[in-house]
Write a protein of this length. Sequence first.
Length: 68
Amino acid sequence: MRKAAQKSVTPPHSGKLRHNPIRKVANSVQTTLEASMYVFRHAFHDEIVCPLSDSLKKYKVLCYLHCL
């Protein structure tokens, strides 16, 4: 019931137009990082991947906070 009331009050698609490009960029950044991590896991030993994955996790968090 509350969601229906909120939809009628806000203009249609206003939120989607604002947030979708940001989400697309964030998703593409995330998938790029995951793909690179997949390559690193299979190309190098775990000792190289572990510190690298920690820095990539921090980078993901920073990107996410920046996109908010």
